[in-house]
Design a protein. Sequence first.
Length: 304
Amino acid sequence: MKFRPQKPLRDQRQRRLPRVNIKIRDGKFQIMGMNTWYSYWRDPYHLLLTLPWSGFLVLIAAIYLATNAIFALLYLAGGDCVEKARPGSFLDMFFFSVQTLASIGYGAMYPKTTYCNIIVTIEAMAGLVAIAVMTGLAFARFSRPTARVMFSRVAIITPHEGMPTLIFRTANQRGNQILEAQMQAYLIRDEVTKEQEFIRRIYDLHLIRNNSPSFTLTWLGMHAIDESSPLYGISAESLIETNTMITVLLTGIDETIAQSVHARHDYTAREILWNYRFVDVIYRTAEGHRYIDYNFFHDVSPLD
C-alpha cells in the first residue's frame, strides 16, 4: 500500500476572507475592499466606538424604533391581549412596547393574557440588557482619551546650524499640559532588495530632541540629515519615486485625566518642502509679554 501525502488543509475561515487590493498613493496605503459594510458588521463593538456621534445616535435610534416595532407586531399577533388598547392598533401596541422596554408602566395599558405576559417578560429582559449595553458604549466613547495635537500641514528641509534638517511643527490645542511627551518619527519608502524583491522598509529618524517634560504650546520636531540619516543624499524627485512617507507619533500623559494620549500624522513626499522656513508664531507685546498666534501655524516662507 503506497502512502500518498495529503495536501495541507487550509483554515476554512481564511477562505472566507475578502480579497483586498493595496495601493500606495503619495506614500499612503489605500486598502481597497476593507471598508465594505460586511467587514464592519463582523466587529460591531469596534464599529459603535469608531462611528461619529451623529452616526452613533442615528444607529441607536434606528435600533430602538425597530425593536419596539418588532414587539408591537408580536403583541398584535396575540389579538386582543392588552387591556385598554384599541384592537388592531399598531400605534397602541408600539407605545405599549415603549413603556414596557423602558419599564415606565403608566398603568393605562397592561397585559391581560398569558401570551402577552410572556412577551412582556421577554421584552423587559431585553430592555435591561439593552440599557446596560448602551450605557457601557456611551461611557466608553466619553471616557476614551484623545489628544488635541495639531501638526503643521507641511514639513520642510532647510539648513539649521549649518546642517540640512527636516523640521515639522506640532502644537497642543488644549490649555493643559501633556506630561512626559515622547515624539518619534519614521521614514517609510519602497525599496528593492539585492534579491530583486520589493519591500516597504521603515527607518527610524532620530530627532534632535524626542522628549519633553511638559508639552504645553508648540514643539519643533527636527531631524539632522547627516551621513547616518536615511534621508542623506536624497532629492525631492527621489522621495516621490520611492513613495516616501514620514510618520510622526506623539505620546504623553494628559495631566487633566491622568491617562495616556497619543496622536499621529503622516507627511507624504509632496508635503515636504525644500528651502523654506516656518513663519514665526511667537510675538511680543509692547509691555514685553509674549504670545502665540496660531493663525500662522501652517505658514512657510521661502529662504532668501
